[in-house]
Design a protein around this ligand. Structure first.
Ligand code: SAH
Length: 216
């Protein structure tokens, strides 16, 4: 249930049933063993297309949403370049990003989760991935600008600090709370930065844990 074949089936479903067409993203997801990022008791469900609990009230993102967000960042033949991820959680999406990006910086505000992510990632030896303990609302000023920024937690509004840390021709994707669309509803928003400013595209309805302030 945790074999390479099971993983291939998950990727096949993303391609055939969920319309993910970016073969590089699908390839990256077939290389990252998702069962290593969930608790042993849930490992048998690791290749279902579901979010799963990872402790401390947080979840590992649904494979479709990981694929959808990364594919959206790459759409139009873009490379991810230098990436900032806000919300490492168990480290799964960071590992997928690291397969495709030149460098990945992933921030997590819960120390206990970051420690867990570090342990999960140890065996994968991803030399281009850095995990950082901190509040992602502040981004990572020292390392900015980023070519790509991806939020794994839902923001009440577009974080202006992160927009400023996006390179010209950079792209950011985030789940945004939509108070007008009913309780708990969120939407993926894609933001492109050009020399002339920012453009915004609205994508799928999603459900993420909230972006919180401060670190614990
Ligand atoms: N990327 C993960 C999903 C993690 S869930 C995956 O691969 O499945 C979202 C994570 O965002 C949680 O771990 C939560 O603690 C974290 N988070 C929420 N607000 C944050 C903030 N301001 N800064 C950094 N991390 C934050």
């Amino acid at each position: 249930m945790t074999s390479q074949r099971t993983r291939e089936r998950m990727v096949e479903r993303l391609r055939e049933n969920r319309g993910i067409r970016d073969e590089k993203v699908l390839g990256a997801m077939s290389r990252v063993p998702r069962h290593l990022f969930v608790e042993e008791a849930l490992a048998h469900r690791a290749y279902e297309d579901d979010a799963l609990p990872i402790g401390l009230g947080q979840t590992i993102s649904q494979p479709y949403v990981v694929a959808r967000m990364i594919a959206a960042l790459r759409e139009g033949g873009r490379e991810l370049g230098r990436v900032l991820e806000v919300g490492s959680g168990c480290g799964y999406q960071a590992a997928v990003l690291a397969q495709l990006a030149t460098e990945v910086y992933s921030i997590e505000r819960i120390q206990a989760l970051l420690d867990r992510a570090r342990r999960n990632l140890l065996g994968l030896k991803l030399s281009n991935l850095r995990l950082v303990y901190g509040d992602g609302n502040a981004g990572l000023e020292k390392v900015a600008p980023f070519d790509s920024i991806i939020l794994a937690a839902a923001a009440p509004e577009i974080p202006q600090v992160l927009l400023q840390q996006l390179a010209i021709n950079g792209r950011m994707i985030l789940p945004l709370k939509t108070p007008d669309a009913g309780r708990g509803t969120q939407q993926l928003v894609l933001i492109d930065r050009t020399a002339r400013g920012f453009t915004e595209t609205r994508l799928d309805a999603v459900r993420f844990v909230p972006l919180e302030a401060g670190k614990i």
